[in-house]
Ligand binder design. Structure first.
Ligand code: ZN
Length: 191
């Protein structure tokens, strides 16, 4: 087990916001954390419809997110965003497939390493990428340090998963009021 995991790809791809695995957030089903966090910005729940469900692929969510009208966005968004991200990650990793990957990281430091100058959720490593492979150029504020809020949230959720293991049966009860069709699928799978 590496002491630090700073690339959410390959066997650790499930840690990425762009990983496709269904979960519920505020009563709606999302395909990726990327879609859920974009939708959560939107104050009026019916206006989140483009981000919900399996038609909204993760990269599409990113693109759509850039086009959300300012007047749709919660006025307190900047203050609540990390808390909302924590709730999204808790929901995503309550599902066995994603949770197993998170738990497989044991006690490793999780760092959302990226090259797109995101030093809020992660740590941008653009300066250490060979020039020819720099897709997004060099960020003026990328010093190799970052707040890594996503990595910290993932480590918090991992600790919660270690002390509060949920079974799929419990999950079935948890989601039963949200999606009758999904409940049927889960019950069929557990027979
Ligand atoms: Zn950068």
């Amino acid at each position: 087990m590496p002491q630090t995991i700073d690339s959410f790809t390959g066997r650790y791809a499930a840690l990425s916001l762009l990983y496709r695995s269904g979960f519920f957030f505020e009563g709606d089903e999302y395909q990726s954390a990327a879609a859920a966090i974009e939708a959560a910005k939107i104050f009026n729940r019916p206006d989140r419809v483009s981000f919900i469900g399996w038609n909204c692929r993760p990269w599409k969510a990113r693109t759509l997110g850039k086009g959300i009208p300012t007047y749709w966005i919660r006025p307190d968004w900047n203050n609540v965003e990390p808390t909302v991200m924590l709730e999204i990650q808790r929901s995503k990793f309550s599902w066995p497939d994603a949770r197993d990957v998170l738990l497989s990281t044991e006690d490793a430091d999780l760092i959302y390493g990226n090259v797109c100058h995101d030093n809020f959720w992660g740590v941008c490593k653009c300066r250490s990428v060979p020039t020819a492979q720099r897709k997004y150029g060099i960020g003026a504020r990328c010093t190799g340090a970052g707040e890594d809020k996503l990595g910290r949230i993932l480590m918090q959720v991992r600790e919660e998963c270690k002390t509060d293991p949920k079974t799929q049966q419990e999950m079935t009860r948890h989601v039963s009021f949200l999606s009758p069709s999904l409940t049927t699928v889960l019950q069929a799978a557990s027979r």
